[in-house]
Design a protein around this ligand. Sequence first.
Ligand code: PAF
Length: 276
Amino acid sequence: MRILKTLKELRAYREFVKGSIGFVPTMGALHEGHLSLAQKSIDENDVTIASIFVNPAQFAPNEDFDKYPRTFEKDAQLLEDLGVDAIWAPSVSEIYPNDFKSTVRVSGISEMLEGVSRPHFFEGVTTIVNKLFMQVQPSRAYFGVKDYQQLRVIQKMVEDFNIPIEVIGCPVIRDEEGLALSSRNVYLTPTDLAIARQLNVILEHASVLVKSMNVQEVEKQLENDILKAGFDKIDYITLRSAQTLEEIKTVTDQEIRVLVATYLGSVRLIDNRVVI
Ligand code: PAF
């Protein structure tokens, strides 16, 4: 497996490799969720490149950029064992030289939900993903459905800019008790972990509730269940159109997802599920 640290090395590698390229962008601290993306890419492409880059542009000053888990050696070993061909691991100055002035912003879909609590987040994500796409030039790119809004925002960017890359959403990987895997789960205490593991069951129940309640009642019931489970604070718990992420008034034939962001202490957890 090659570890590429400069643009010069990446370009030379891209000229050298042939066939379809699968790309798995990550910020490292890899878990089974990331590995499932890499495995899918390996299965579907001739060559798989994963990136490891903790992107400062998607962290607000009060967020955990400095303490975000960095486990490069372990990550590299996991990717090599799986059969990934190369890791793109640029430095911050390689990606954002001092005179870097551009951003990519997808309006609408990036301004709701996560975009309300974290106003700079998606601009940071779309800017880095756009840049990584141009650098790596993959045929396909793999993202987890766990970050459902991020997936839809990136798909919209790709559509709007006619970027010739297939963006593939991959299933949420959960632990044995249903907690969606996240690099930030390492911050949870054992007590918090037990509470966090109830979230999945609460969300699953939404599919039953919609059969006998209207959308607002379902949202209220889920909110009560989340607080009763012991979560400290809810950012949002909402039923949305899976396509546009717009609010829905009634349950119709369209695909609906329930999306949640909630807090245990200072740890923010997000999750989502198909309702119908
Ligand atoms: O989902 C993530 O890990 C990050 O947001 C991504 C897509 C790698 C961009 O930094």
